[in-house]
Design a protein around this ligand. Sequence first.
Ligand code: 1HE
Length: 266
Amino acid sequence: MPAASRSFPALPSSLRAERQGAIALLHLARPQKRNALDDAMVLGIEAFFSELPGDVKAVVLAGDGEHFSAGLDLGELTRRDIAASIAHSQMWHRAFDAIEFGRVPVVCVLHGAVVGGGLELAAATHIRIAERSAYYALPEGSRGIYVGGGASVRLPKLIGVSRMQEMMLTGRTYNAEEGHSIGLSHYVVEDGEGLAKGVALAKRIAENAPLTNFAITHVLPRIAESDPASGYLAESLMAAIAQGSDEAKSRLKDFLEKRGKKVLRG
Ligand code: 1HE
């Protein structure tokens, strides 16, 4: 079956997927456990992002209930030995890699608790919108555990090693405004307005040329981590590939013939 006509993969009842045109929405749907992430949810997230229908151009991720996510399901933790814990963490890495380096950009809508693994999940997305109720914490220190869903790699890029250390050592909580000012979110909106903002941004993203979105989500992060000389070379190659595409040619022609949108003050 062609990818475009495929529907979503089978998901556990703790996840709910829907379509709005070129946008797909994935909801964490386990509000009775504050969207704590158990194995079924993490595997479902991996399947969802790995098997997106071919005509989906952007995704919005949000949580049902009062909180985005209370992080790792602590109930499952005590059952694992050390080897199983390594495998468990690597399963989270695979799932969240499928978000960060998946086929399409992902917008995340945050509200209430965004803690532990919930913050790790949010950090794997490309754009984060926080409702005023959102707050952030890494309570692993007080639980006697350590982050395992990629936070050691992703969070320092957003807020720096020092702030992450301080969050983990002291159990500090940042509110939505503070989180925005230190780089955890890109937007703060009023309570109840996050989903509409997320869908609007996702629709805007879906209008970009797919090759440009690919460059932004797959090439830019690799360039940013490479040495400057390799980075400049990779950038020049990516620029040439993008500019050489038929899509770029027709968009540039539209602008030059006065059909393209102007860039106006926001
Ligand atoms: C859970 C979890 C959970 C709630 N695992 N079951 N995460 C944490 O340390 C955060 C733990 N949770 C909380 O601090 C609070 O639950 C909240 C502030 C998020 C919400 O409080 P509240 O008053 O709305 O709910 P509640 O009464 O605490 O919880 C409702 C139910 O959800 C309750 O279950 P019930 O059967 O008694 O109704 C809770 O047990 C359950 N619940 N959070 C399991 N996390 C890859 S490594 C990542 C490492 C981490 O993520 S560490 C951070 C873990």
